[in-house]
Design a protein around this ligand. Structure first.
Ligand SMILES: [Zn+2]
Length: 138
């Protein structure tokens, strides 16, 4: 961030520090409705710091967090199966390239599965928050 960007960031921060949120936005950790609270503050229920300033939106629940890890759930096992088949046939035929590609697929499988796991944890929190929002809007 250069000096001009820092000054602009500081002005935007000051502009919103005293303002109150007028619409329904929710804490990304517990789903508490932050309406009538300051734009930059901490959740009164769970204590998570948030910034509801437009373009910042840190600690604020965004419905797209509730996207399930479909791609990772498919590609992780597909890469793993491909890796096993290539490594087994690479060992049987003593083909170094099958072993190399098999190792690359194993690495890809590891990446997809770890990303999918992280996304699954966010997905579960998002579903819990979504249910809370629906319950409290009734
Ligand atoms: Zn909270």
């Amino acid at each position: 961030m250069n000096r001009e960007e820092e000054a602009s960031e500081r002005r935007a921060h000051e502009m919103f520090t005293d303002r109150l949120i007028r619409s329904s936005v929710y804490c990304s950790s517990c789903g508490y409705c932050l309406r009538t609270l300051p734009y930059i503050h901490q959740c009164p229920e769970c204590g998570q710091e948030y910034n509801a300033r437009p373009l910042v939106m840190k600690g604020i629940f965004v419905p797209s967090m509730a996207d399930p890890p479909v791609y990772e759930a498919i590609m992780g096992p597909v890469f793993a199966a491909g890796a096993v088949l290539l490594v087994v046939s690479g060992v049987q035929t003593r083909d170094i390239w099958r072993l190399v590609i098999g190792a690359a697929l194993a690495a890809g499988s590891y990446v997809e599965l770890t990303q999918g796991w992280a996304k699954l944890k966010k997905f579960r929190v998002a579903i819990r928050i979504q249910r809370r929002i629906e319950r409290e809007e009734e």
